[in-house]
Design a protein around this ligand. Structure first.
Ligand SMILES: [Zn+2]
Ligand SMILES: [Zn+2]
Length: 345
């Protein structure tokens, strides 16, 4: 067996290199990677932005949304065997700190997260990984669906943080991959009516296809006025910011209902102007979302049972050799690409 990785060696540049076969240690499983989803954070590295935060991290292997097949089982591992198709939860928390102990292990500061320097990601044929963060997939789920459990987990965690429940009215600002996953999660939790906003019509059409009741193009309509109209002047019980931009962050307070909840999901790096008057007058609350915790079992159940059809977010599937193209397309053709997946044979 030979291991080959798509190594990022420069901005927008991958080199396919032979790298050592991983050593499968005690408590780990060796996994042949089959599917890797491209995430916004991978693209931030690929276009060079994240290299400002992580200088000198090249050469580096991207990819943290992975599904694959077990080829070797390390000592002491129970419940997994060779040939099992699995999903990989990309963060391995320390298990000992106060956050790990309380179950909110996404807040662990010692987490080792795939494709966050210095830890390489999954754009390679074989990796070894701690078995307790690896989940066997049921018969009716593909390894691609396994890979997609990662972005779905963000949506599920966001919907849980917003306490979306049967009958909740929901507004999602941003219809990219995470907006779509939040939509699927909110719907699965019983949201009554979901309004989605974006600037790209094809994204809005996709959101309608996935179950949104209304789609608002913020380039063509006044989002705040339109959402007021659609909610009888009340606003939404739960508002999700998933676009990660200042303008949508500023809208949240205007479109949340009195007593409602704003959930900040998108990554906004800079400081943004925000009217807190909306928050205290409405007694609204703002909650943050950082990755997710404890989502994989429920995510698998939701996809296997058909309650969430996660593969519908995929807009492109590329062979491993075309990894560079998969990334370039995602950067240059944002209108068409919601989620690109790379297949490794
Ligand atoms: Zn991701
Ligand atoms: Zn910890």
């Amino acid at each position: 067996m030979k291991n080959v990785a798509a190594v990022m060696t420069d901005i927008r540049k991958f080199e396919f290199k032979e790298v050592p076969m991983p050593v499968v240690k005690e408590g780990e499983v060796g996994i042949a990677i089959k599917d890797v989803g491209l995430c916004g954070s991978d693209l931030h590295f690929f276009n060079g932005d994240a290299l400002k935060i992580f200088p000198n991290s090249l050469p580096f292997i991207l990819g943290h949304e992975c599904g694959g097949v077990i080829y070797e089982v390390g000592k002491g591992v129970e419940g997994l065997k060779e040939g099992d198709r699995v999903a990989i939860e990309p963060g391995v928390p320390c298990g000992r700190c106060e956050f790990c102990q309380s179950g909110r292990y996404n807040l662990c500061v010692k987490v080792r997260f795939m494709a966050v320097p210095p830890y390489n990601g999954g754009l390679q044929k074989y990796i070894s990984y701690p078995a307790h963060m690896v989940y066997r997939l049921p018969e009716n789920m593909s390894t691609m669906e396994g890979a997609l459990l990662e972005p779905l987990s963000v949506g599920l965690h966001a919907a849980a943080r917003g306490e979306v429940t049967l009958g909740s009215s929901v507004t999602i600002l941003g219809a990219g991959c995470i907006g779509m996953c939040t939509l699927l999660a909110a719907k699965a939790r019983g949201a009554s009516r979901i309004i989605v906003t974006d600037i790209v019509d094809s994204h809005l059409e996709k959101a309608l296809e996935l179950g949104a009741a209304d789609a608002v193009n913020s380039r063509k309509e006044d989002v705040v006025e339109r959402i007021k109209e659609l909610t009888d002047g009340k606003g939404a019980d739960v508002v999700f910011e998933t676009a990660g931009i200042a303008a949508t962050a500023a809208q949240t307070g205007y479109v949340v209902k009195r007593g409602g909840t704003i959930v900040m999901v998108g990554n906004i790096l800079g400081d943004v102007p925000f009217s807190f008057r909306n928050i205290y007058v409405k007694e609204a609350q703002i909650r943050g979302v950082f990755r997710y915790h404890s989502t994989y079992p429920a995510a698998i159940e939701a996809v296997a049972s058909g309650r969430i059809d996660i593969k519908k977010i995929v807009t492109g599937i590329y062979p491993f050799d075309d990894a560079e193209k998969a990334f370039n397309d995602a950067l240059d053709n944002k209108e068409q690409c919601i989620k690109n997946v790379i297949r490794i044979d």
